[in-house]
Write a protein that binds this ligand. Structure first.
Ligand SMILES: Cc1cc2nc3c(=O)[nH]c(=O)nc-3n(C[C@H](O)[C@H](O)[C@H](O)COP(=O)(O)O)c2cc1C
Length: 306
């Protein structure tokens, strides 16, 4: 039996396997590393970093729904300086590819953050978050504007040669147009999707369950939407896609690859089962062996529409 090749190529970024941990769901890696050997994971994406620290939105910031969660964290993060001083030294030794996710309230802030982090060896790639639904400055204002997505990509591209991933919002009518804007701006890949705007009310107090009123819906509920978005991009734009949205087990992950994803990220499932990344990798290996698949990347966009 020939050896199973788990490597995937995402633009200029090579990963030892397609399992990535999504931004905002594993902090800066140190908490989840108590449960899982991160060196077995393809890549870890850090919580969105902004130039200055952000305290985020006031609580209540997280609410459970029937098949997922609503969050309005508002990009709370330690800011660039503390990230470099306190988080990078730990992340240096985790034995997996480190991708920095960047959020910003202006194009200049995206550029400045990328420029500073570009000089750090441990940072192997960037994921630019133009799609956070929970902040007033930046976030979806950029993610909903094709020209802004293209301009941010172009400007960030000018200050780094490292792989550049643009994280797209599902809260748009044609996501392929946004993927195309990212491609034209010089992105290596797109990741899809960020959370969907949702809300929840308490029927007794009649108040929103989240202080911000709306939050981002994630988890199993959004999987079919995410798959449709990945497929739409795959059919229309020639750019590597990282699939995200409601992946809970190895079958979900394979479905994303078949729909067009070169790799995938695990988000909400990390809160339910921090071991999910390893379990999903094991499941995929078994599936590939049982189905005579020698290169995992052969699964990408292998849909059968006949
Ligand atoms: C609590 C929480 C915090 C998140 N924070 C970020 C963030 O800082 N930056 C970002 O790009 N995405 C963030 N996300 C979105 C996830 O990375 C992912 O795109 C989304 O949750 C969909 O995947 P899932 O259904 O597997 O969770 C966050 C999601 C959750 C649930």
């Amino acid at each position: 039996m020939s050896e199973l090749n788990l490597e995937v190529q995402i633009g200029s970024l090579k990963l030892k396997n397609p399992v990535m941990l999504a931004s905002g769901t594993v902090g800066y890696g140190n908490e989840i590393s108590k449960f899982v050997d991160l060196s077995e994971i393809g890549a870890i994406v850090t919580k969105s970093i902004s130039l200055k620290p952000r305290i985020g939105n006031p609580p209540q910031r997280i609410v459970e729904t029937a098949s997922g969660m609503l969050n309005a964290i508002g990009l709370a993060n330690v800011g660039l300086d503390v990230f470099i001083e306190e988080k990078i030294p730990y992340l240096q030794n985790v034995g997996t590819i480190l991708i920095c996710n960047i959020a910003a309230g202006s194009i200049e802030e995206y550029v400045e953050c990328t420029k500073v982090l570009d000089s750090i060896d441990t940072v192997k790639a960037f994921e630019i978050n133009v799609s956070c639904p929970n902040v007033k400055d930046g976030g979806l204002i950029f993610g909903n504007d094709i020209n802004a997505v293209r301009t941010i990509t172009e400007q960030v591209r000018k200050v780094t040669d490292k792989p550049l991933i643009i994280k797209l919002s599902p809260n748009v009518s044609k996501i392929a147009d946004f993927a195309n804007a990212a491609k034209k701006g010089g992105a290596d890949a797109v990741s899809a999707i960020n959370t969907l705007v949702g809300t929840a009310f308490d029927i007794y107090s009649r108040k929103p369950k989240i202080k911000n009123i709306t939050g981002g819906l994630s988890g199993p509920a959004i999987k079919p939407v995410a798959l449709a978005k990945v497929f739409e991009i795959s059919k229309n734009v020639d750019i590597p896609i990282i699939g995200i949205g409601g992946i809970s087990n190895w079958k979900d992950a394979i479905e994303f690859m078949i729909a067009g994803a070169a790799a995938f990220q695990l988000g909400t499932i990390n809160f339910v089962n921090p071991m999910a990344g390893i379990e999903i990798l094991d499941g995929i290996k078994k599936f590939c062996r049982e189905n005579s698949i020698n290169n995992i990347s052969d699964l990408t966009a292998s849909y059968n529409l006949k």
